[in-house]
Structure formats: C-alpha cells, structure tokens
Design a protein around this ligand. Structure first.
Ligand code: GUN
Length: 287
C-alpha cells in the first residue's frame, strides 16, 4: 500500500470535542441547551442503529436528544402533524427525519415541511437552493464531512479536478456544489456514465458515492489522487458479513495518494457534522 490513510474517525472525534466545548459555553453563558429531534418511522434495522448512535452522540456533546419512534403504518398526515409540533417547539433547534421512509409517505413533502432553519440535514429545497447559490445555509452532513477531510488533507482545492461518482440529493449533488464553491473543476458522473473509468482517471479528487460495493478499482485511479469513499455496503465474504465501500480498497490504495477507509472514514464525520449543524441552528435561532 502506498496511499496514506485519511482517519475520519479521529478527525470526527476532534470535531465532536470542539462542538461539546462550544455547547458547554452556550449553556453556561446563555442558559440554552441545543436540542436535536430525530424522527424514525418503521423498523429498518440499519436506520435503528444510525438513530441510536445519533442520540448517544448528541447527549455526549451536552445537547438534548428527542427521539420519536413511530410505527411503520404511521400516516403521512400524522407525521406532518408531528413535524409541525417540532417546528413550533423552542427546545428543538434541529429536526432530522431518518430516511428512507415507508413507501406510502412522500419524502419530499415531509422534508419540505421542516422549518428550513431547523433542517439540520440540509435537505429542504430552501437549503438546497442556498447551498447551490453559495449562500448561508444548512449544509448536508455527509458532503460537509467529506469537504472537511479534503480541506484538512489538501489545503486549497482550487483548480483541482474533482470527480463525484453518484448523483443523489443527499451526497452527490451537494458534494459537487461544495467542491465548486471551493474552486475545484467538478464532474458529476454516475453508474450510467459512459467511459466511467476514463472519467475517474482524470480526478485529483475522487468522491465515490454510488452505492455499489467495491465498484471503483485501482486501475480507475490517477497516481497520487485523493480518494473519499462514501459507500457503506454490507457484503458476505468468507462466510462473514463485512462493511465495504464503493471503492476496492486493496487495489486503490496501491495507486492513490490518500484514501478514507470503510469503516472509519466518512461515516463518523456525518454524525459529527450533524452535531455541528444543530449547534449552528441553535446559535442562529438565538441571534
Ligand atoms: N439516511 C441515510 N443517510 C441519511 C442522512 O444523512 N439523513 C437522513 N435523514 N436520513 C439518512
């Protein structure tokens, strides 16, 4: 292996410590406790793990955690009514509705019912528009975490060729906007892009967020490139369940200059940025 490891787990711990110290200051000086409400509809096991971790880390940072677990059969109207109550609750500064939602609920309708100032996921169309025009916004947590790792590792991103593989609203599209704002030259590619290996080989920065286990191989990578692997895929190998990214780690690490591992790379940054967004929402709400 020639690539250096980008240690997202360690970086996320420093972000969480920083947030916790700022939270302690807000509580001491202003007698306000930042609060995050997380809403989970249904029984999806992966979502249950994510929501539990968010709750634990919220409390560890000194913030208030409000968990709302609703049955799979919850109606869209009831979910919208709960969000309206959270929007009006002064103890709640951030609201996150865990995705995916059950099929009978329209996720766009639900997300756009969250007050934009409390939308700590940054998924509301108002925040999407603000991010894409470079204005003050709630920035989606996973792309924000990737950007922090890239800035920490590379310094300036200006003029670099960045390729984002994946076009989701949660990661691919906002990631591209943030890289563009940092003056990278950005290409958005995806699973149907023609000559995908060729496009990837042009990347000084490659962000893989395509949701396909180990799709990107070492021979797609430019020598010395910085590779950010957003994928978290569960696969069976040698009779064991393993977590792998969208990048084939072994072959890519032979060519890249630096790479995030899975697990321990981007994943921990997402929750750290969620805590940071909740604190930001609280500070903005109180002027
Ligand atoms: N499901 C998977 N990732 C996310 C995320 O970042 N936010 C929410 N709300 N749901 C998710």
């Amino acid at each position: 292996m020639t690539a250096s490891l980008i240690d997202g787990k360690a970086f996320a711990a420093t972000v969480r410590e920083h947030v916790a110290s700022l939270v302690a200051g807000v509580k001491a000086e202003h007698r306000i406790t930042p609060g995050l409400a997380v809403v989970l509809v249904g029984e999806d096991p992966a979502s249950q793990v994510y929501v539990r971790n968010k709750g634990i880390q919220t409390v560890e940072a000194g913030m208030a955690s409000f968990e709302h677990k609703l049955p799979t059969g919850t109606s869209e109207a009831d979910l919208l009514a709960m969000i309206a109550r959270l929007n009006a609750d002064p103890k709640v500064h951030g609201i996150l509705v865990q995705l995916p939602l059950p099929g009978h609920i329209d996720p766009d309708l639900v997300i756009n019912s969250i007050a934009p100032a409390k939308d700590v996921d940054g998924f509301h169309v108002s925040n999407v528009g603000l991010v894409s025009t470079g204005q003050k916004a709630m920035v989606p947590c996973t792309p924000l975490g990737c950007l922090m790792l890239l800035r920490d590792h590379l310094g300036s991103l200006s003029g670099l060729n960045a390729v984002v593989v994946g076009r989701s609203n949660i990661v691919g599209k906002p990631m591209a906007q943030l890289l563009l704002k940092d003056s990278a030259t950005v290409t958005i590619a995806h699973s149907r892009s023609r000559d995908l290996p060729e496009i990837c080989r042009r990347a000084d920065i490659l962000v893989a967020a395509v949701g396909r286990p180990e799709m990107i191989h070492g021979d797609w990578i430019r020598l010395g490139a910085t590779v950010i692997d957003v994928g978290i895929n569960r696969i069976e190998r040698d009779g064991k369940t393993r977590l792998v990214g969208d990048v084939d780690f072994a072959s890519t690490a032979q060519v890249a200059g630096a790479i995030t591992p899975v697990p321990g790379g981007v994943g921990p940054m997402t929750i750290a940025c969620l805590l940071a967004n909740t604190l930001t929402a609280c500070c903005r709400a109180h002027g």
